[in-house]
Ligand binder design. Structure first.
Ligand code: GDP
Length: 194
């Protein structure tokens, strides 16, 4: 995978607009404001690739990015309380609809803010990925906000909360400091080659 090559393909507001899945897909899911856009920008070293926003809950579309060996899929951030029920249902419809399609799911990157326990929606998301047998990795974001020992403690606590086996992957990252980005890239590389 050449991370110097990437382009924004399109944003899709409904499931039936999605392009046919031909290439492996690396999909990113998480609560709004978890740091999903910042992580995509960090992976490709392109500041404005995905829009970092200070107002959470804006991305109500599925955004596709074409990279050299896979498509990167930015799923709408879930769990933002200040939107209407209808809008929230639209978001979960998009996410569920995406995962129920016949697609080349190479890896789902499930993001959780390292400072908090997994929310109910995070747990639902990860339980769903496990039940469906989809390949996934849990990524804990904003690791620079905690000390090293706090990071280790949170990794262990979230592992326990999610009922992870020792082999289940969890990576602490910081888009700000670059921590964990190489490990995530290796995980993506491995998933694409499977
Ligand atoms: P998204 O809604 O999941 O796409 O989240 P964004 O990428 O827009 O980030 C939400 C907020 O968290 C922004 O204010 C970012 O600057 C901040 N943020 C994202 N990643 C990091 C990180 O690794 N470290 C720190 N300290 N802040 C971050």
């Amino acid at each position: 995978m050449n991370y110097n090559e990437v382009s924004f393909k399109a944003a899709y507001g409904t499931i039936n607009q999605l392009p046919k899945s031909v290439r492996p897909e690396i999909s990113f899911a998480g609560r709004s404001n978890v740091g999903k856009s910042s992580l995509l920008n960090k992976l490709f070293n392109r500041k404005g690739l995905a829009k970092v926003s200070s107002t959470p809950g804006k991305t109500a579309t599925i955004n596709f990015f074409t990279a050299s060996s896979a498509d990167f899929v930015d799923l709408p951030g879930y769990g933002y309380a200040k939107v209407s029920k209808t809008e929230r249902q639209r978001w979960s419809g998009l996410i569920e609809g995406y995962f129920h399609q016949d697609r080349r799911f190479a890896l789902v990157v499930s993001l959780i803010d390292i400072r908090h326990a997994a929310s109910e929606l995070d747990v639902q998301m990860i339980d769903f990925l496990m039940e469906e047998g989809l390949p996934f990795v849990v990524v804990l974001t904003k690791a620079d906000k905690l000390s090293k020992s706090q990071v280790n403690r949170q990794v262990a606590a979230i592992r326990k909360q999610l009922g992870f086996e020792p082999e289940d992957p969890i990576i602490a990252v910081s888009s700000e400091k670059g921590t964990g980005i190489d490990v995530l890239k290796r995980t993506i590389e491995y998933a694409i080659q499977e």
